[in-house]
Design a protein around this ligand. Structure first.
Ligand code: PLP
Length: 394
């Protein structure tokens, strides 16, 4: 007799419960803004990826509403059959100009984009070289590919070189890295990765989910930030974080775009974005190009917050970006820290094993351009007070 499914689900959940790993959803009763309402209380929000405050920006909302009026609510088909509207093409052309590449293709999400791209550009006999801290969607993309995957130690150029040396291929060698790593907020050494890859004839792919809209001129991303325009074959990223709506993009050659249109299963077999999503993304691109002050504000806020957290005697783990982890140590303490922050009016989640290594549990905060000085001051004072209560800082 086969096992009863409900029994298995219940037993898995109680295992997670015992290990303090069970996830429960936090429900927002307000838009995604620097102050959110949760459980009837107003909390300063340090938990979103809403870097530029675009999730509820009036320009994006207006574009979205106008698109609903003009184009309706649903795309009604996959892109390759009847689901490509003029709006979709317009976004892709603008994005290509913004990213300084020949062409882009927009997919439903950043997650879908990694599944699409890795599987389309590799086949049996190829080798993928992946930083060990790359995002789950890259890991799953590699699993779907028939190519072999070799992981290299985080940001370790000796390890990358060693991996390339020991795993030669007559096919494609594809080196993949996040542009900014989502747990530590550190930046990939892209110029050195490009240099090592060049020596082995390898192709570089960077995932700019946390870098697009954050690094580079007007938020053009890691490649622009490092002065590597034209030297990274494949840029992917999300339109769901800094860009405020939803989606993923692949940016590179015209052939890359055409290959994806012809082979990428998430593109071929899943309905395209509703017009409102696409229109709000076009508005987002227009907005960053005419509002450099957004990027300045994001970075000024980031510097101010990091300096204050360090001055409070806490460890931000070498973060170089608006993603600012605060090292706590044990997972229990990190979860307790997060609970106490909430009672003091601050929403900042804790991360423990297996999301991050054992002993490296942390509070992960993300600073945005939309936070005011007063909000940052209040958040810092709450964090300092909880750190004292828990004897993590003097
Ligand atoms: C968030 C993230 C994604 C997924 O993007 P979505 O648009 O949310 O699906 C992919 N890659 C990296 C590195 C990410 O941080």
């Amino acid at each position: 007799m086969a096992i009863h499914l409900e029994e298995r689900l219940a037993s898995n959940l109680s295992d997670l419960e015992r290990a303090h790993l069970r996830i429960r959803l936090t429900v927002l009763d307000s838009p995604q803004e620097p102050v959110v309402i949760i459980g009837g209380r107003r909390l300063i929000n340090l938990s979103s990826n809403n870097y530029l405050g675009f999730c509820s920006h009036p320009d994006l909302k207006r574009a979205s509403i106008e698109a609903v009026e003009k184009w309706g609510v649903g795309a009604g088909a996959v892109r390759t059959i009847a689901g490509t509207f003029a709006l979709h093409e317009e976004l892709e052309e603008r994005l290509a100009r913004f990213k300084n590449v020949e062409a882009t293709l927009v997919l439903q999400s950043g997650f879908a984009t990694n599944q699409a791209v890795i599987n389309t550009v590799t086949r049996e006999g190829d080798v993928i070289f992946s930083d060990e801290l790359n995002h789950a969607s890259i890991i799953d993309g590699c699993r779907l590919s028939k190519a072999r995957t070799v992981r290299w130690a985080h940001k370790d150029m000796g390890a990358l070189e060693d991996a390339l040396e020991k795993n030669p291929t007559d096919g494609v060698a594809l080196v993949i890295t996040d542009g900014v790593f989502s747990m530590d907020g550190d930046i990939a050494p892209l110029p050195r990765i490009v240099e090592v890859a060049r020596r082995y004839g390898a192709v570089v792919m960077v995932d700019d989910a946390h870098a697009s809209g954050v690094l580079g001129k007007n938020g053009k991303g890691s490649v622009n930030h490092h002065g590597l325009d034209g030297r990274v074959a494949i840029q992917v990223g999300t339109l769901s974080k800094a860009w405020g709506a939803m989606g993923g993009y692949a940016a590179g050659s015209r052939n890359l775009r055409e290959a994806l249109i012809n082979a990428a299963r998430p593109f071929l077999f899943s309905t395209s974005h509703p017009p409102a999503v696409t229109a709000s993304l076009i508005a987002a691109l227009e907005l960053v190009e005419r509002s450099p002050e957004l990027m300045e504000r994001l970075w000024a806020n980031t510097r101010k917050f990091k300096a204050a957290i360090s001055a409070a005697g806490l460890d931000t783990m070498g973060s170089e970006t608006p993603i600012t982890p605060i090292l706590i140590g044990e997972a229990d303490a990190a979860f307790e820290f997060s609970r106490r922050l909430r009672t003091r009016g601050v929403f900042a989640g804790a991360l423990g094993f297996p999301t991050v290594p054992r002993g490296k549990a942390r509070i992960r905060t993300i600073i945005t351009a939309a936070h005011t000085d007063a909000m940052l001051d209040q958040a810092v004072s709450a964090i300092g007070a909880v750190a004292k209560e828990l004897k993590l800082a003097a």
